[in-house]
Design a protein around this ligand. Structure first.
Ligand code: GLN
Length: 241
């Protein structure tokens, strides 16, 4: 049984981020892999070790502020779980909170968990629109598509990016990088939601979960005709095919 933890589903769920959970769950179900989702909110008991996949969605500055104290209390356990290989997807506001801090446009400093080496500060303009990102998943070059809408601009320290921007802004509209990646942690600015739009990434996350359990053989191939076609439409809109 694969156990998914959706952290703060009521507060971090921008632009349909919940769709990431639905896509992950559905692609497991199509392979007859049992899966269950636990929603964990502020103050709820949470043992990261009990979960295979953790999802942290996007949120406005206000919502980030509402959850940060609760998240901070869980910092050390989360860091330990990440070091042990927990598979984690963090989007936009959730992504920013894993770094050192987020300095908002109003000059407020929202502290981050400081687990990953990057920081974020609000820029003069919001970065909004479709994005295409070239990344590598299990040795294969894959183009991810999604939609970004953030004022925070993220600058990576020693951590790897998720990928290279082929169209759109990505982390900060300057250095050409999008997202961040560390062990089994994947961070991205891409809403869309990300996983329904990018079946290969979803399968890669499921693969990492199964690998930790020594059950990789359960990842049977699926027919991705529609998913691939949808992805091509988006790449076409960005002038990439
Ligand atoms: N509040 C953050 C920003 O504007 C995150 C927004 C989001 O999650 N889309 O940068």
């Amino acid at each position: 049984m694969i156990k998914i933890c959706h952290l703060y589903p009521d507060l971090l769920n921008l632009y349909g981020d919940r769709g990431n959970i639905i896509a992950f769950q559905q692609r497991c179900r199509w392979r007859n892999i049992p899966v269950e989702v636990h929603e964990v909110g502020i103050g709820d008991v949470l043992y990261f070790d009990h979960f295979d996949f953790l999802f942290l969605g996007g949120g406005s500055d206000r919502e980030q502020n509402l959850i940060v104290a609760d998240l901070m209390q869980r910092r050390n356990e989360l860091k330990e779980a990440i070091e042990k290989g927990l598979v984690l997807l963090a989007i936009c506001g959730g992504y920013q909170l894993l770094g050192k801090y987020y300095l908002t446009r109003e000059g407020e400093n929202i502290p981050g968990l400081g687990i990953l080496d990057f920081y974020t500060r609000a820029g003069d303009r919001r970065l909004v629109g479709n994005v295409a990102v070239e990344t590598n998943l299990g040795g294969e070059t894959v183009i991810l598509t999604g939609f970004e809408n953030h004022s925070g601009q993220t600058y990576l320290g020693s951590i790897q990016p998720l990928g290279k921007v082929r169209s759109g802004n990505g982390n900060n509209g300057e250095d050409g990088w999008e997202g961040a990646r560390y062990k089994n942690v994947f961070c991205s600015y891409l809403h869309g939601p990300l996983l329904p739009k990018n079946a290969r990434l979803t399968d890669h996350l499921i693969f990492l979960v199964l690998k930790r359990r020594n059950r990789q053989e359960l990842l049977k191939p699926l027919d991705n005709t529609f998913e691939d076609r949808a992805c091509r439409v988006m790449l076409g809109r960005m002038g990439l095919v």
